[in-house]
Design a protein around this ligand. Structure first.
Ligand SMILES: Cc1ncc(C[n+]2csc(CCOP(=O)(O)OP(=O)(O)O)c2C)c(N)n1
Ligand code: SF4
Ligand SMILES: [Mg+2]
Length: 275
């Protein structure tokens, strides 16, 4: 009998030990993502995965058995932009953390969304800088005590999905790792369309976030996600107060706009024809 995990084929043979801590949500995202690839029977060699620096950046690299760029902190979208422009036929997927993509990397993020660059970006939002010891992030909820906010975070939070929509992203979905089947569905949707697709994954970091903020173990955090998630369809009938502290999940936008690589190809054709 073959006891191998069916997705072993997607994992680089020389890199089969996860870099993430036990109980981390990153593995749930990895499995849900690979499920989408497997369901759609996509050739894994079509992908170029790009990540920055952080625990989430270890999800694709070096584990996914495909082309991978493990870049510098804050810059995965800049590298992904270069890859997509140089090789428009490749599927470019960025998987990285909230600090990487939305703190130091925020400007690359908003401009890739504005350009409707044809890439998929998955952000593991664990509300903290996990890999570097639990510093406060732009996604850390107010009041929480972290390594660098020992008396409680006094800053306002970034709603990164709202930012993606405002910047011009054409597909945006948010799910927690309590919803792996919905994550798979969202990834399949994003893989089946063109344009800037952004999926925000609220995920637990039991080691740096759960322990230091008092949010508890991974199972307690998963319970929190289960009990505090509100499907976006239900929010219309809810007041601002009722939505306070809740996680709005679901598909937040799905629209069509001109896609950067298509526009460049069209322009190139026009210029060739006119010369
Ligand atoms: C230019 C630069 N600044 C800071 C760092 C240190 N650093 C590495 S990862 C990281 C934050 C990681 O947080 P996040 O992106 O949320 O990923 P997580 O570990 O939480 O998955 C920081 C500040 C760095 N490597 N390079
Ligand atoms: S520090 Fe947190 S985010 Fe990083 S691997 Fe461990 S549990 Fe996951
Ligand atoms: Mg983080």
């Amino acid at each position: 009998m073959n006891h191998q995990h069916p997705f072993v084929k997607y994992i680089r043979p020389s890199a089969q030990i996860s870099a993430n801590c036990p109980g981390c949500g990153n593995g749930i995202l990895a499995q849900a993502f690979l499920q989408a690839v497997d369901d759609l029977k996509i050739d894994f060699n079509d992908f170029v995965f790009v990540s920055g620096i952080g625990c989430a950046a270890w999800i694709p690299s070096p584990f996914f058995y495909a082309d991978i760029l493990h870049t510098t902190h804050g810059r995965p979208i800049a590298f992904a932009t270069g890859v997509k422009l140089a090789a428009p036929d490749r599927r470019v997927a960025v998987i990285s953390g909230d600090g990487d993509l939305l703190a130091i990397g925020g400007n690359h993020f908003i401009h890739a969304a504005r350009r409707n660059l044809d890439i998929m970006v998955i952000c593991i939002n664990n509300g903290i800088y996990g890999m570097t010891g639990g510093q406060v992030a732009p996604t850390t909820p107010p009041g929480l005590k972290t390594m660098t906010s020992p008396y409680g975070n006094v800053e306002n939070i970034f709603d990164i999905s709202a930012l993606a929509i405002a910047a011009g992203a054409t597909y945006v979905a948010r799910w927690t790792v309590y919803n792996p089947a919905q994550i798979t569905k969202a990834v399949k949707k994003a893989l089946g369309r063109k344009g800037f697709s952004f999926i925000e994954i609220i995920s637990q970091c039991p080691v740096q976030f759960g322990r230091k903020t008092g949010m508890g173990s991974s199972t307690e955090m998963l319970d929190f996600y289960k009990n505090n998630s509100i499907p976006v369809k239900k929010t219309a009938e809810m007041s601002r107060e009722e939505l306070q502290g809740k996680i709005v999940v679901g598909e937040l936008i799905d629209i069509e706009k001109s896609v950067l690589t298509d526009e460049l190809a069209r322009q190139r054709e026009e210029l060739r024809g006119g010369s």
